[in-house]
Design a protein around this ligand. Structure first.
Ligand code: PMP
Length: 412
């Protein structure tokens, strides 16, 4: 069967909606369109029941109780609510003063964690940004070294969105529990892909987003622990008092139903999917590395999600590389800022040089990625890189065994 081009290998950016999710959502646009806050008629009751069902489906996937799940607009909002909500509730000094409390995070977190932390820093909180080692994995030891007597919150992602690397969440959680510090994890890339149990994993707050697990965009959830300890949050958005006052606003019932269904499907299928994707990813990496020298797979080789692969290609130029693989929808190691291409701060954060960061690709597989697509990707990448290297004098010198770092370049 002919492949539909470009093939989609950007599932870490977003995933298509599972048709079963769409089917579950549809009646809530038309027949069952009620407001879950309408207490006086069956339209409202139907919406409330739908939200309750979805809450149960999310809770089951996380191993928590229904009451511990808050619906949000996605992981960005969940992260903001968790981080600022804890900071304002547990602060040690009022606004306008310094010494309001200390927060531990990491330099390669998603912007939806980094920017709230930087905001709090401006407002008088102290923030330690852990610099991860070259393999990208944040350990409990690193968190321990960063903690202080006035630490109120640790926020470390479960799995990195660019590298797929998996942090020592359970151990970091245990450390936080021991110290009486609240632990939040941005689990956007993890949940629905890998087994999660907030009790065993010692998590107090967890962010997730439906559109990364074959659900709709614009809806997510925040898990908030209610026992041992009972985590309190200051609401960031005020209004009708929905979600027990933590998140006012009419429920996005269609989205919530979709999120619930996506969680139910993930619960049933993630183990099988993970095994299949791990094999495909190994095939992809082995296929590329067998045919090309001077390539590196970024991040820890073992502690990595089954579906994300981030590879740097030496001796090619970033924009050329993207052109060469235009039939693969994937991400590059460059981020578009207003005017220029910036190398990825995540790759920089684990010590990858600017040049190599630009000539990197993130290929992320999904539920419907086929072996034929992986074969196609290997061929495209290998042919593309080889073609670019034919034009590279540096690659010729490298092939001749010249140590490029020792070359005295003429400056004009
Ligand atoms: N955190 C991580 C790790 C992510 O990968 C993303 C999505 N790129 C987000 C947060 C933001 O999620 P959302 O799009 O649901 O706001």
């Amino acid at each position: 069967m002919a492949l539909k081009l470009p093939i989609y290998m950007d599932n870490a950016a977003t995933t298509p909606c599972d048709p079963r999710v769409v089917e579950a959502m549809l009646p809530y646009f038309t027949e069952m369109f009620g407001n879950a806050g309408s207490r006086n008629h069956s339209y409202g009751w139907a919406a409330e029941t739908a939200a309750d069902t979805a809450r149960g489906q999310v809770a089951k996937l996380l191993g928590c109780t229904d009451k511990e799940v808050l619906f949000t607009s996605g992981a960005t909002e969940s992260n903001n609510l968790a981080i600022k909500g804890v900071a304002y509730m547990y602060q040690k000094a009022p606004a306008g003063q310094s010494g309001r409390g200390h927060i531990v995070t990491c330099t390669i977190e998603h912007k939806a964690v980094l920017d709230p932390c930087k905001r709090l820093q401006k407002e008088g909180f102290d923030v330690t940004f852990i610099e991860p080692p070259a393999d990208g994995v944040v350990t409990a030891e690193m968190v321990k070294a960063a903690m202080r007597a006035d630490t109120i919150l640790v926020t470390i992602m479960w799995a990195n969105n660019e590298l797929g690397t998996i942090n020592q969440v359970r151990e970091i959680g245990a450390l936080c529990k021991e110290r009486g510090v609240i632990f939040h994890t941005d689990a956007t890339q993890w949940v629905g892909k890998m087994p999660t149990n907030v009790e065993q994993d010692n998590v107090d707050l967890l962010s997730l987003s439906a559109h990364k697990l074959f659900g709709p965009k614009g809806v997510g959830a925040l898990y908030v622990r209610r026992h041992r300890p009972r985590v309190r949050l200051q609401a960031l958005q005020e209004g009708g008092g929905q979600e027990r006052g933590f998140r006012s606003g009419t429920h996005n019932i269609t989205g919530i139903v979709g999120l619930g269904k996506a969680c139910e499907i993930a619960m049933a299928e993630m183990e099988r999917d993970a095994l299949r994707l791990a094999k495909l990813k190994s095939k992809l990496e082995a296929g590329v590395l067998a045919q090309l020298d001077s390539c590196v797979v970024n991040g820890n080789a073992e502690k990595r999600l089954p579906h994300i692969s981030n590879i740097s290609f030496g001796f090619v130029e970033g924009e050329g590389l993207m052109m060469a693989v235009k039939d693969i929808a994937c991400s590059s190691g460059s981020a578009c800022t207003s005017a220029s291409l910036e190398p990825s701060y995540v790759l920089k954060g684990i010590g990858v040089g600017d040049e190599l960061a630009h000539s990197s690709l993130r290929l992320s597989l999904g539920k419907w990625t086929t072996e034929a697509e992986v074969d196609f990707a290997i061929e495209q990448v290998v042919q593309g890189v080889k073609k670019l290297r034919v034009m590279s004098p540096l690659y010729d010198m490298h092939k001749e065994g010249i140590d490029l770092s020792s070359v005295q370049w003429a400056h004009h």
